[in-house]
Each structure stands twice: as structure tokens, then as C-alpha cells.
Ligand binder design. Structure first.
Ligand code: N2P
Length: 446
């Protein structure tokens, strides 16, 4: 009997160690998502596995990671070490990924599950399709998620709207150390070039679209000059902390994205800080983020279902409420939910919601009027000029430490070295004295 027991225990242990060594979870039951920080309703994410199970009968576990900078995301994906199933880049990165063959087409057949991908606004699809390559239509590889403008979030108690209505405010000495710039080289590039060419724009000699995507050496040099001029005036480059600084009243001007502005304006209201947002008159960037499936993905099926799920009107609304950004979904349900009859202004949103939506009371930071969008342009992939632009950007950022900061660092290091040497010397003297005392006592005992 004892022998049998021993044998059973041994078998159980072997089984246990086997299951311990090998993860029995199949990759088909894991969905790896890589998204911008603060860009989804957490409950929407948490509810996906149950919905997926209802639709497909399959279990799914979510692995979720976030990023703040497009290029950091792309570097991870490009190396192929990361097998994310679904990621959310901005349009110029989608274009780059498409050009480099880094994307898989998204499934459009979902069995008994409705295809919610059709809820995407045709305006967004048309914009994304501008990124297409011969034989590869961009909208087969990307589905719009959120979109918006780049502009200036400002504290109305310190900055008049006329100032925030022009990019010149970012170069205005009177706002020194109260300005935050988005840590995004593409946004900084467009902003500087538009500001530098404000006169040419006014005279109609050049368009915002041309400037936004002009990578000639002369333009790169201009951007470098203007960004270097701006740098001593700014309190910092922010990847995602700008909205917090603004709501706390620590900064007054933040070159940022519309959705972050919406979030900040609402938060600030609660603590008595007055913020507003303007898309400068010279023109700006209108951007589109979309979901794509990288070629290294291991679960294309769940990735496609996830994208489809995000296009449900109710899900899109919850995501919008959670993060302040505007969904690419343009269904009557969204329109109805976003109309705000307490507003005293009306916007032409027919380009997004369709012909009937030409005069609607809807938050203008979230949904810009047709005229605002018309003075904005989409950023395109800088192709083989990317390296040059990035080198310029690192020259701008590289000498980020002003002379003052360098002196403080050098002095601190000097103080630390002197202090360490002093302490060592003290220890050495102390030990020497102890040794002397011990020897003295020994001699005495003898
Ligand atoms: C949200 C970031 C939004 C990305 N934290 C805008 N392209």
C-alpha cells in the first residue's frame, strides 16, 4: 500500500512540474494590445473577453501595454521581438508601416457577429486611404480609432484668446517658463514651419499641407532655428504630463492635442482653473490614429474582433467619455449623444456626420467646425528624410540642458566627489587611531 502511495505521489509531482514548466495557455487565447496611454475606457477593455467568448465561444486573455510616443511604439514593433496583435499608431506611422510591409490586412468577416467596421466615418476612411500604396488600400490595414487637431490649450486667466489664437504665443517672451510643448517631433516640426511661414501662408504663396510635409533642407534648417529659439522659453517637452500641469495652473500654454485639451478643460473646471483651447489661425495639424495588425501578430482573429468591438457605437462613446478624444465612429447614436443644446454656437460637421449635420451645437474642441479642419493638414510619412528630421530634432533636444543646469550638475558632482573623499579620509583616520589604541593596549598588557 505504502509503495502505491509513493508511486502516486511521484506521478502527481511529475505532472505538477510538467504543467509548471510548460504554459498550457495557447497563444490563440491571448490578445496583446499596444495602445497610447489614457486612450481607452478600462471597463471596455475588461469586458472584451466576455464579449469575445459570446461571439466565438473562445477564451481570451488580454495583455495590455501603453506608449506615449509613436516612434517608441514603432521601434518595438519593427524589431519583431514584440508580437503585439493590435496597435494604434498615428496616420504617418501607419503610412510608414504600410510602406515597410509591416502590416497585415484586418479581417472583415466575423461569423454571426455584426461588422461594426462600417460605423467608421467615411471622412476618416477617405483620409486614411490617402496613405494607400499601389495594390494596398490603407483602409484594408487600418481602422480609424480617434482623431483630432493639434492646438493650444491655455489658461484664460493669464492668456487672452487672441494670443492663444496664434502660434506666435509659443515664441512670446511674456510666457517664458509657462509654455509646454508636446514631446512629438512631427507636431513640433509642423508648428515651427507654419509659424515661420505665417506671412507666406497669408499671402497664399504656400498651403498648410505643403508646409506640414516639406522636408527640404531649407525647411529643416528653418525648423531647427525656430525650435532653438523657442526652447529657452518653454518649461519643458511633455509626452503626457502637460494636461496635469495645466489643470494645476503650473503652466499657461500647452501645445497639445484636442482630446487632452478636452480632458484638461473638464478636470480644471472642478478645481477652479479656467482653460480653453484654440487651433491657431495660421493653421495646424489634423491627425488620425487607427488600429492596425502588425505582421508579427500571433492572433489576427482576436485582433480583428477587438477592432470590430471598438467600432460599436456604445463602446466608442464610453471610450470618448473616458479619454476626451473623438471616436472615428460616426453613427446617429454618437451624434445624438454628442449634441449639446446648452451651447450657444453651431458648427458645420457635415464632413464627418453627413450632409444633414451642417449646423450643430456640439463641443467645438472635440468636433472642429469645417472651417477649422480646412485650415489644417494631415502629417505624412517623411520617408527617407526621416533620419534628417530626427537628427535635427535631437540637435534641438540635445542641448536641452541650459548652461545653468550644466553648472548645477557639475557643481553637484564636484561636491559629491569632495564629500566622498572627505568621508574616506575620516574613516581611514578613525581606523588608524583605533589600530594605534589597540596596539597601545596590547603593549601595556605585556
Ligand atoms: C492620448 C494620446 C493621444 C494620441 N494620451 C494622439 N495622437
Amino acid at each position: 500500500m505504502r509503495k502505491i502511495n509513493k508511486w502516486l505521489v511521484a506521478c502527481a509531482c511529475a505532472l505538477f512540474s510538467l504543467t509548471g514548466c510548460y504554459n498550457t495557455e495557447s497563444r490563440e487565447n491571448v490578445l496583446k494590445i499596444y495602445n497610447w496611454a489614457d486612450y481607452i475606457d478600462e471597463d471596455v477593455l475588461a469586458e472584451f473577453p466576455q464579449w469575445y467568448k459570446e461571439q466565438t465561444g473562445e477564451d481570451i486573455r488580454i495583455v495590455y501595454q501603453t506608449f506615449d510616443i509613436n516612434e517608441i511604439m514603432l521601434t518595438k514593433i519593427e524589431r519583431g521581438h514584440e508580437d503585439f496583435d493590435v496597435v494604434c499608431p498615428s496616420e504617418y506611422i501607419i503610412e510608414r508601416m504600410l510602406r515597410k510591409g509591416l502590416l497585415l490586412p484586418i479581417d472583415t468577416v466575423f461569423g454571426k457577429t455584426p461588422n461594426y467596421l462600417h460605423n467608421e466615418s467615411s471622412y476618416i476612411r477617405e483620409q486614411l486611404d490617402k496613405l494607400s500604396r499601389p495594390g494596398h488600400r490603407a483602409s484594408d490595414y487600418a481602422v480609424g480609432y480617434m482623431w483630432g487637431t493639434a492646438g493650444i490649450l491655455f489658461n484664460t486667466d493669464h492668456v487672452p484668446a487672441e494670443d492663444a489664437g496664434t502660434w506666435a504665443s509659443l515664441w512670446n517672451l511674456k510666457y517664458k517658463n509657462k509654455i509646454l510643448m508636446k514631446e512629438s517631433y512631427r507636431d513640433a516640426y509642423g508648428t515651427a514651419l507654419i509659424y515661420a511661414n505665417a506671412g507666406n501662408l497669408e499671402k497664399g504663396k504656400v498651403t498648410v499641407e505643403e508646409l506640414m510635409n516639406d522636408y527640404s533642407q531649407a525647411s529643416i534648417d528653418t525648423v531647427e532655428k525656430y525650435l532653438k529659439e523657442m526652447k529657452p522659453l518653454i518649461a519643458g517637452w511633455e509626452a503626457d504630463f502637460g494636461k496635469e500641469m495645466m489643470t494645476k495652473g503650473k503652466a499657461w500654454l500647452n501645445m497639445t492635442w484636442s482630446g487632452d485639451a478636452v480632458w484638461a478643460i473638464e478636470e480644471a473646471e472642478g478645481v477652479g482653473v479656467n482653460l480653453d483651447y484654440e487651433v491657431p489661425a495660421e493653421g495646424s495639424n489634423v491627425w488620425y490614429d487607427g488600429w492596425v495588425i502588425p505582421k508579427y501578430a500571433k492572433n489576427k482573429k482576436a485582433a480583428s474582433y477587438f477592432i470590430n468591438y471598438l467600432c460599436r457605437s456604445d463602446v466608442a462613446l464610453r471610450n470618448m467619455d473616458a479619454c476626451g478624444y473623438v471616436s472615428a465612429v460616426a453613427t446617429p447614436e454618437i451624434l445624438e449623444a454628442k449634441i449639446d443644446t446648452t451651447l450657444s454656437y453651431f458648427s458645420d460637421l457635415s464632413y464627418f456626420f453627413g450632409p444633414a449635420a451642417d449646423s450643430l451645437p456640439i463641443d467645438k474642441v472635440q468636433y472642429p467646425d469645417r472651417k477649422v479642419v480646412e485650415r489644417c493638414a494631415m502629417i505624412r510619412d517623411s520617408g527617407d528624410k526621416t533620419e534628417l528630421v530626427l537628427e535635427m530634432w535631437s540637435r534641438v533636444k540635445g542641448d536641452n540642458l541650459g548652461v545653468g543646469v550644466v553648472i548645477v550638475i557639475l557643481v553637484s558632482v564636484g561636491v559629491m566627489v569632495v564629500f566622498t573623499v572627505y568621508r574616506r579620509l575620516q574613516c581611514y583616520r578613525h581606523e588608524k587611531a583605533q589600530r594605534r589604541r589597540r596596539n597601545h593596549r596590547k603593549r601595556k598588557r605585556k
